[in-house]
Design a protein around this ligand. Structure first.
Ligand code: SIN
Length: 310
């Protein structure tokens, strides 16, 4: 039997897990209990953990095959391809490529055909105030939309664009060009069924350029509406970092954002792993009617939403 204790820290999502030392090999019972809690709470916080990169990697491996960061030529850990440095400190004597990473609402690796199922992030240094991370529950976003809107979204596919990753202009231009070359446009359903829970979740975020079969103009109003709707405060958990917090989130049913609300002169240094999920996406083919005329129903909805924003 597992000895972990799971205590909710947010109503919409988020729970703290105690009674486990991630520096030790995890028992099968604890791994199952963590998985169950993760499915229920979407983001788990393991406070006061003292772990090495190897131990973070070993923990992550319980939940899936680890991403080797082949699609992201930024701040790979010098000794571990499975780990990325999310930091504002110098990396090998050069400015960090991830000091403003994650500062728009996104779900990890959605610009690839096999996005990250989950992510772990371990806090080694933090600013005196701020540097928080926000998480929004995309099950609730989907479930609380009207029946009509859900029916409309059920048939849609989003075109995910790596060039919409936040503040790429602050990164090294050659690495950014390589990042874009490695990540051509991909298509994902606008709504995904979570294989572990059977629940449906909205899979639209600020990295979606348009919906397949609709123009960017038509899509824009709907994407903006959904992105705003999904991150209203009642769906959000705000993680205020403490040193040695290890967190683990589920990219299939939440979206997240690094707030960037801290003094950049103070260090913020985190280690990240991502574990891969299902192949849910496909590359956008030239034959795909990405900007073809939209069905009349979609056009009407786009116009109505755009008027609602005026
Ligand atoms: C990320 O989006 O993976 C980084 C989140 C953070 O640094 O708070």
């Amino acid at each position: 039997m597992s000895g972990i204790t799971v205590t909710p820290v947010g109503y919409a999502l988020g729970a703290e897990v105690t009674g486990i030392d991630l520096a030790q090999p995890m028992s099968r019972e604890d791994a199952q209990a963590v998985l169950d809690a993760w499915h229920r709470h979407l983001i788990l916080v393991f406070p006061d953990q003292h772990i090495t990169p190897e131990q973070q990697i070993a923990f992550s491996r319980h939940f899936g095959e680890l991403d080797q960061h082949e699609s992201q030529p930024f701040n790979r850990h010098p000794d571990h391809d499975e780990m990325m440095l999310i930091t504002n400190k110098l990396v090998r004597g050069k400015p960090s490529q991830t000091k403003t990473a994650g500062q728009n609402w996104h779900t990890d690796l959605s610009y690839t055909i096999r996005p990250a199922k989950g992510t772990t992030l371990y806090c080694l240094e933090k600013p005196s105030v701020g540097g928080d991370t926000l998480f929004a529950n995309m099950y609730l976003a989907y479930e609380t939309l009207s029946d009509k809107m859900r029916q409309f979204l059920d048939g849609l596919e989003g075109v995910h664009d790596a060039s919409l990753v936040a503040s790429l202009d602050k990164r090294d231009p050659a690495l950014t060009a390589e990042f874009k070359r490695l990540n051509p446009l991909v298509i994902h359903p606008a709504v995904r069924t979570h294989p572990g829970t059977g629940r449906r979740a909205l899979y639209v975020n600020q990295r979606v350029r348009n919906f397949l079969g609709m123009s960017e103009g038509e899509s824009r109003a709907i994407i903006d509406y959904l992105c705003d709707y999904a991150v209203q405060p009642r769906f959000v958990y705000r993680h205020r970092w403490r040193l040695n917090d290890m967190i683990m989130w589920d990219n299939r049913c939440l979206t997240h954002l690094a707030v960037g609300d801290y003094d950049p002169a103070e260090p913020r240094h985190m280690l990240r792993t991502s574990f891969l999920g299902e192949y849910v996406g496909r590359l956008l083919n030239p034959g795909d009617a990405a900007t073809a005329a939209a069905p009349a129903q979609a056009r009407d909805l786009a116009v109505a939403l755009s008027n609602a924003h005026d």
